[in-house]
Design a binder for this molecule. Structure first.
Ligand code: AHG
Ligand code: MN
Ligand code: MN
Length: 277
């Protein structure tokens, strides 16, 4: 099953990379269930992934950031939740974007997550897949090459934090200031895929999207963005919390629910707990 799934993601990534290269970054008049205005590319990428995933016998259902409801089949036992195109607001400026996937067993909830993956559309096409362990694939232009998987050290030096600064809570301001005082450097593109990929590849640091006064539950969605990356970061030796609790132990009531999130290496997550307790 894992190999079939990886192959399907590799097919999707090549198709999506193709549509991204055509450079039609126009917005539509529609919004997704989170209220974001959709790009034609969001919908095209969503369709590509839907068609590919529904071909797999072991897939029972899918849901995505761009669909209000899940789609179910009669067979299969695994569910996939995905963000077809993450970073659609930075696509116009030609920064790296990505796709994110979580594989759930029978139910869309964190405790049922059994695998996760993301694709990076950058100067290179790359895929990270996490099942029992991490796999890292890079497309050479001809075919896919597997590289040794990245791992998080106990401490890093990158600080990537989102949200509108004027709406940050005091504890978040203090946390960020403390990291800079310790010599951390700001690295934030506004796309969680390249931002989290950079921390993973460089071996450590902190990615945070806090709760803010204008977005008390943060912005990033549990099923399509936060849980898959929490799974990947834990497999890479890191940790992932909402400020206090482990992200992969959070409940979910609505498919499109969001949460504050902090993902990083051991040292930085310990610091988050100290500032947020
Ligand atoms: P999407 O394009 O799927 O709506 O998500 C973009 C997300 C994520 O990639 C990023 O970390 C965050 O939005 C950036 O938000 P801010 O601009 O509020 O920092
Ligand atoms: Mn997204
Ligand atoms: Mn998206």
């Amino acid at each position: 099953m894992q190999q079939n799934f990886i192959s399907i993601l590799q097919n999707c990534s090549l198709k999506i990379q193709n549509i991204l290269r055509q450079s039609h970054t126009n917005y539509l008049n529609s919004t997704n269930p989170s209220g974001d205005t959709q790009l034609a590319l969001d919908i095209q990428a969503d369709k590509i992934i839907e068609e590919e995933l529904l071909k797999l016998d072991f897939i029972k259902g899918i849901c995505s950031e761009e669909k209000s409801k899940a789609i179910y089949k009669n067979n299969g036992s695994y569910l996939v939740a995905y963000d077809p195109l993450d970073g659609s607001s930075i696509i116009e400026s030609n920064l790296s974007v990505g796709s994110i996937f979580g594989i759930y067993e029978k139910e869309f909830k964190a405790s049922k997550l059994i695998g996760a993956a993301y694709i990076v559309y950058g100067p290179r096409l790359e895929l990270i897949f996490a099942g029992d362990k991490l796999h890292y694939y890079v497309h050479t232009g001809e075919d896919w090459q597997e590289k040794s998987p990245p791992a998080l050290k106990k401490k890093g030096n990158i600080n990537a934090t989102g949200g509108t600064q004027k709406y940050w809570e005091t504890n978040h301001k203090k946390l960020i200031e403390n990291l800079f005082d310790e010599g951390y450097r700001l690295r934030y593109s506004g796309g969680m895929v390249p931002d989290l990929h950079q921390i993973l590849i460089k071996g450590g640091g902190l990615f945070s999207y806090p709760s803010t006064s204008d977005a008390p539950k943060g912005k990033l969605r549990k099923l399509f963005e936060v849980f898959p990356f929490a799974f990947i970061y834990e497999k890479a030796g890191g940790e992932a919390i909402d400020g206090k609790n482990r992200l992969l132990e959070l409940d979910i009531k609505d498919l499109h629910e969001s949460t504050a999130c902090f993902l990083g290496s051991e040292y930085e997550i310990k610091k988050v707990r100290n500032f947020y307790e």
